[in-house]
Design a protein around this ligand. Sequence first.
Ligand SMILES: Nc1nc2c(c(=O)[nH]1)N[C@H]1C(S)=C(S)[C@@H](COP(=O)(O)O)O[C@H]1N2
Ligand SMILES: [Mo]
Length: 362
Amino acid sequence: MTTGPVESELITKEELQLAARNHGMPLEALRYPITPVGLHYLLVHYDIPVVDAQAWRLVVQGRVDRKLELSLAELKAMPSVTVASTMECAGNGRAALSPRPISQPWLLEAVGTGEWRGVPLRHVLEEARPLADAIDVAFTGLDRGIEGGVEQHYARSLSILEAMRDEVLLAYDLNGEALPPQHGFPLRLLVPGWYGMTNVKWLHRIDVLAESFEGYQMVRGYRRRADENDPGIPVTRMMPRALMVPPGIPDFMTRRRSVPLQACRLEGRAWSGWGAVTAVEVSTDGGATWMAAEVDSDAPSAWAWCGWSFAWTPDAEGDYVLSCRATDEAGNVQPIDIPWNVGGYSNNAVQRIPVTVSGSGG
Ligand SMILES: Nc1nc2c(c(=O)[nH]1)N[C@H]1C(S)=C(S)[C@@H](COP(=O)(O)O)O[C@H]1N2
Ligand SMILES: [Mo]
């Protein structure tokens, strides 16, 4: 998906083509603890396949004692769990890097929280009984395309240890309904805490392997590389991020915010794939000084974002830059800037919202 940096800051027609297919979550939708399905961000590398649920089977094969071929009805008959889980694309924040890595040009809106229902992957793997030499598990989707010159089905893997974690699901419902086509009907992998690319949609094959899976999306895509020659390090769990609902009202074209000169409640949500969010701070001076926000204790689940709020009373009319930043349990804090990388992955630099405060409001 990524072809490297360009000199120009202008969005190319190809980026626009991707952006028109893959929409973000409008940031005002941070107000919902569970993102309504149509507002959840969307990222599809190739084409959305049309899947006949009757004919579809999930095949589990490779280094297992017992090969499985499961229909959707058989999967739905297994014990299920529901988990609210925040998903963020690893490319979220990409378009803010300079030079801009050419790919889906996300600003900050490639995130959403779904209530996913499905069968714990471990349950299915235990039925297939992985052999003692199994170390990796590859997940292959039905969608096919060409990327970096390589024709492929979209596929990603997890180590057998990660694959056996309790929270990992084979999900068939989102927010109480069957997965919609664009989110992976009839089945997708759901790995809470990991960046979006892990959650293989239109899943139809699971291969248990005695060697590590070397698919394109593991060895070429989704690695943080300093330059084209750097093999890089794999992109895995979500780095902490806090986002703010842009306050006030927007200008149609520039989307610059106008806020009246009166008390203003700033609010948003924060998450991390490395443990609970322990603090959210707010800056109203572009990151020079920071103040503690109040973090809600009623996140929809341990894998979902938590709400936060901050009572702001601007002192005077004028221009402000509002920012927020999250700290997680593991001690990760959002940076002001991140080192540039080829694919533009995991740019969790703090959000900056320019606002104009004027008058005394209506
Ligand atoms: N089969 C398949 N799975 C996929 C993708 C894809 O293109 N094909 N995109 C991945 C990426 S990069 C992201 S960020 C998430 C997006 O999931 P969503 O569209 O349901 O939000 O799906 C992941 N799973
Ligand atoms: Mo993504």
